[in-house]
Design a binder for this molecule. Sequence first.
Ligand code: ADP
Length: 249
Amino acid sequence: LGEQRAVLSARGLSRRFGGFLAVNNVDIDVFHGEIHALIGPNGAGKTTVFNLLTKFLQPTAGKITLMGEDITSTSPDRVARMGLVRSFQISAVFPHLTVLDNVRVALQRPNGLAHQFWRPMSALDTLTGKADALLTTVGLMRERDALAADLSYGRKRVLEIATTLALDPKVLLLDEPLAGMGQEDITAIAGLIRSVAKTRAVLMVEHNLSVVADICDRVTVLQRGEILAAGDYATVSQDPQVRTAYMGR
Ligand code: ADP
């Protein structure tokens, strides 16, 4: 995997909050077709790295490229339109709309940011075919006409991922997609992430290490804002520093 093929890449990424260095000199590459996990204990800097990559926070130092283009100074809005999409950007699933309408609304947004103006609901009819195809892909066809409010927590997260996929991202950033789920939902979402990653890059923060071991191609371990280890899970999980610092073994 040569560096030139990384879809999303950061070099020397750092972020200071006052005197506190929350992210320190982080390098990360995310490749097309891979699932890359960002793991580490609470406070390690994972959320800050996500905020830096999506440009919600400006780095104090370092460089970020998306498909070869320097996005270090690009707005979050433009970065989303270029294809770097974080699940929560549109995770406000509308509870009083049906599953179908949630996906149709997402399909007509140019970049998934909630403040964009929308076309009237009547214009959504043209998007039904596309929406149904997407619902089939994610396995939500049975719940198509249900109100989002009536879905279980796990199915709501699937809908949230579907609305994110409506933007056809090149890089999908998922923030703890399995948090708070039962085993059945975990299996469904893990399978969904695996299938969506075939045609894009996925970077996810996740604490469920058995799923990380199962579906992720590579992991980057953060500790106190710095990279402790990076590589395939089997190698990284054997690293003595990682075992002491993170896995408690
Ligand atoms: P993680 O997601 O790995 O739990 P975070 O990125 O949320 O870690 O936080 C990393 C460190 O940066 C923490 O010590 C946190 O308190 C600090 N931090 C995060 N955001 C801010 C902020 N806006 N101002 C000051 N400190 C912050």
